[in-house]
Design a protein around this ligand. Structure first.
Ligand code: PLP
Length: 466
């Protein structure tokens, strides 16, 4: 999108402002992830934009067109309902051009996205994700209201504003056509507003009507079903951000989109994580969705095909969510092979770890009994005055000794003590715990060398026999 002069040794080369650096993002061949499919699969990395998403193109273009059309005047306020990325594109334009910017976001959007907007001077208004479409608390409705109430307010309206697909028609599509030397045969993008699929898709089809345009959405979104049957199904919640719909945005151009595929959250996050680990490409959840869809399409294609998949944004925006093992484990999204012992311990405690219950060697058996009853545990480590884990009171032996009279409630726990529990680090994969638990009933889990909890057979059995 830059109109800076061509680079030569004798002319200084720079951009007049950050907005001119948007676009011209690279196409990168996928190797490890595309191993099982015949076509060349190229990822268009929209994280190379200054705001690190495809929405820089949209936000800036919408502002420039609103200025040209007179909808946005000096001193005006740009308002938008956004899951964050369009808000950032708008906030960049607002910062450079001197407008105020208000972003209205559903509360499921991660903290990183809210903070980035604030860092760029935007005001962030948070609304409940659960507010149904059309209700006054819905983020889209709040944005509409604010834009009409504020003097000089301008609603960017990315779901219906034709300049959203318009900029992808003007830039994204031509870049893909140019960088594949006109050989692209399939274009795949995840569907949010539809702008990037519709706009770039229309441009590519105009160059070659045989280019297949594929949109991808999360399970729970209604667009695919609507395209296939003409019926508006009920939507269901999903975790991936920025894509999927409960209603039909005007910028989803069904005449351009040949097919809409559906991908689960689990597939999206799995593919997203493989991208960073196996290709060094750090992206967000919707990129995982798009690529999971692209690989499904590529399975049906030949070695002559070139599939271009848009990866809309950076993974930095999701460090505390989709890229966090703990978050994934809490949401039941971590593959068993990725799951760590510490994740299981946290799940068991439904959040923060409770303090590890221990006994001193001189504590009475009645104390052990009351802890077992109160906390529903079956074993209690015994820790001596030096802090060493010297043994364990185990429920069957304690009960047996009290029942057959070989020990009295006032005896010290050392009277029925068994050996200390085997230890294992919270960073170990769950399979390591499963292996050890074939021969022992419980393990002492440590973090940084310090015991923090106990993992038992019942805690891991769900992962072996779900
Ligand atoms: C993270 C993310 N990915 C993908 C998309 C989808 O792009 P589009 O709105 O062009 O369909 C969006 C849209 O907001 C998004 O925020």
């Amino acid at each position: 999108m830059s109109d800076a002069p061509a680079k030569t040794a004798s002319t200084p080369h720079y951009h007049d402002n950050i907005l001119q650096t948007v676009g011209d993002t690279p196409l990168v061949r996928l190797n490890a992830l595309a191993k099982g499919v015949k076509p060349l699969v190229l990822a268009k990395l929209e994280s190379f934009n200054p705001g690190k998403s495809n929405k820089d193109r949209v936000g800036i273009h919408i502002v420039e067109m609103a200025e040209r059309e007179g909808a946005l005047k000096p001193g005006g306020t740009i308002v938008e309902a956004t899951s964050g990325n369009t808000g950032l594109g708008l906030a960049l334009a607002a910062a450079v051009k001197g407008y105020a910017c208000i972003c209205v976001m559903p509360d499921k959007v991660g903290q990183e996205k809210r903070d980035i907007l604030k860092a760029h001077g935007a005001r962030v208004v948070i609304t409940p994700t659960s507010a149904p479409p059309g209700s006054p608390e819905r983020y889209t409705e709040v944005a509409k209201r604010l834009a009409s109430e504020i003097r000089g307010g301008f609603l960017a309206n990315q779901y219906f504003n034709p300049h959203n697909p318009g900029i992808h028609y003007l830039t994204t599509g031509p870049e893909i056509w140019r960088d594949t030397a006109g050989r692209v045969t399939c274009y795949v993008a995840s569907l949010g507003t539809g702008g990037s699929t519709s706009g770039a898709g229309r441009y590519l089809k105009e160059q070659n009507p045989r280019v297949r345009v594929v949109g991808v959405e999360p399970v729970g979104s209604v667009l695919g079903e609507y395209q296939r049957t003409g019926k508006l199904a009920e939507s269901h919640p999903y975790l991936v951000e920025g894509i999927g719909q409960e209603t039909i945005p005007g910028n989803v151009w069904f005449d351009v989109i040949d097919e809409i595929l559906t991908v689960t959250d689990r597939e999206s996050f799995h593919v997203m994580r493989r991208l960073s680990r196996e290709e060094g490409i750090f992206v967000g959840g919707s990129s995982g969705t798009a690529l999971a869809g692209a690989l499904k399409v590529a399975e049906r294609m030949t070695a002559e095909d070139i599939v271009v998949v848009m990866l809309p944004d950076t993974g930095e925006r999701y460090l505390s969510k989709f890229h966090s093992d703990a978050w994934l484990a809490d949401n039941g999204m971590l593959d068993a092979t990725d799951l760590r012992v510490g994740d299981l311990l946290r799940q068991k405690a439904a959040g923060d770890l409770p303090p590890l219950l221990t006994l001193a060697p001189s504590d009475q058996l009645r104390t052990a009994l009351s802890l077992i009853r109160r906390h529903h545990v079956s074993q209690l480590p015994i820790v001596n005055a030096a802090g060493e884990f010297v043994g364990t009171v185990v429920e069957p032996k304690l009960f047996g000794a009290l029942l057959d009279g070989s020990a009295m409630p006032e005896d010290p726990v050392s009277a029925v003590m068994e050996g200390p529990l085997p230890r294992l680090s919270a960073d170990e994969p769950v399979v390591a715990a499963t292996r050890m638990l074939t021969s022992v009933h419980a393990l002492l889990v440590e973090m940084g060398g310090r015991p923090v909890g106990i993992l038992t057979r019942i805690d891991v059995i769900g992962y072996v026999a779900p």
